[in-house]
Write a protein that binds this ligand. Structure first.
Ligand code: NAD
Length: 250
């Protein structure tokens, strides 16, 4: 059985709370305390955690460092993820500069666009977490050169050659170019796409085959569509219908 997307999102929230607790040197916590901070019920917290095993001792709560380590592992955040940004316009540039991603070992390794005036430009990206985690000053940002999208497949090949395979593509192109840019990512062997364009990426079907028949290169590709307008529309709906707000989301 699958795990609801909302449960995975809540795990990310619990992890953030655990990090705050650790910073405040709190050693233990409980489902009730996590629930209070995450604004869900204690039952919800226990249920979410139960998808992945048993983390606490009944009635004893959780050791903050242990639960944090386990959630980090469950979420796949105990390894590094190599990310390329495709589309270096307003959003792509803002994302490239944002230091938050490196906090979780999401490291930018390549930047791509199609615009002649952007190709060859150098952009500062944050240093990766392993470089930041030591005491003292954070190291200065690294510089990456914006490359043409047609060079993505060769770049991906080189990265694989030096054991630095690209894991994810962050898609920040206009909606009308999103499908073709996604195709470039998939043809380069990249299996994860975070799509910010307000359009749904369709897995490419087999040439001439029925729609449900996915072509080999798309078969194990994961796409996450992120549309910030969805959040605004949901907010508008709940502001107009506060009585319909689900206090204990599934
Ligand atoms: P933008 O026009 O500033 O930048 C888009 C960039 O994509 C351009 O530099 C363009 O040359 C490049 N591009 C086009 N086709 C490409 C391809 N095949 N391969 C590589 N690069 C290609 O647009 P933006 O404001 O940065 O928005 C990007 C996407 O994100 C849009 O789909 C937009 O709707 C969405 N979005 C933007 C924001 C925002 O605040 N700017 C917020 C949420 C979502």
């Amino acid at each position: 059985p699958g795990i609801p997307t909302a449960a995975v999102s809540r795990l990310v929230t619990y992890l953030r709370i655990l990090e705050e607790l650790e910073r405040a040197q709190t050693l233990t916590t409980s489902s009730g305390a996590l629930a209070g901070r995450a604004q869900v019920s204690a039952f919800q917290v226990r249920k979410d955690l139960a998808y992945f095993g048993r983390f606490g001792t009944r009635g004893m709560g959780y050791t903050v460092s242990v639960l944090k380590r386990e959630l980090t592992r469950v979420l796949g955040l105990n390894r590094s993820w190599n990310v390329v940004i495709v589309g270096m316009g307003r959003l792509g540039q803002a994302v490239a500069h944002y230091p938050g991603a490196s906090e979780y070992q999401f490291g930018y390794v390549g930047l791509f666009d199609v615009k002649t005036e952007l190709i060859g430009k150098h952009v500062d990206v944050p240093a990766q977490r392993e470089q930041v985690s030591g005491l003292g000053q954070a190291p200065p940002p690294r510089q990456l050169r914006i490359e043409h999208i047609r060079d993505l497949a060769d770049f991906a090949q080189q990265q694989r050659g030096c054991q630095q395979a690209i894991d994810m593509g962050f898609l920040a192109v206009p909606p009308e170019h999103a499908q073709s840019a996604a195709q470039s990512l998939v043809e380069a062997g990249i299996k994860g796409i975070l799509n910010f364009a307000p359009t749904l990426i369709q897995p490419r079907s087999k040439e001439g085959g029925p729609l449900q028949e996915i072509s080999d290169e798309w078969r194990d590709v994961m796409v996450e569509n992120v549309d910030f307008l969805v959040g605004m529309k949901r907010l508008a709906f709940y502001m107009l219908n506060p009585q319909l707000k689900d206090q204990d989301p599934e």
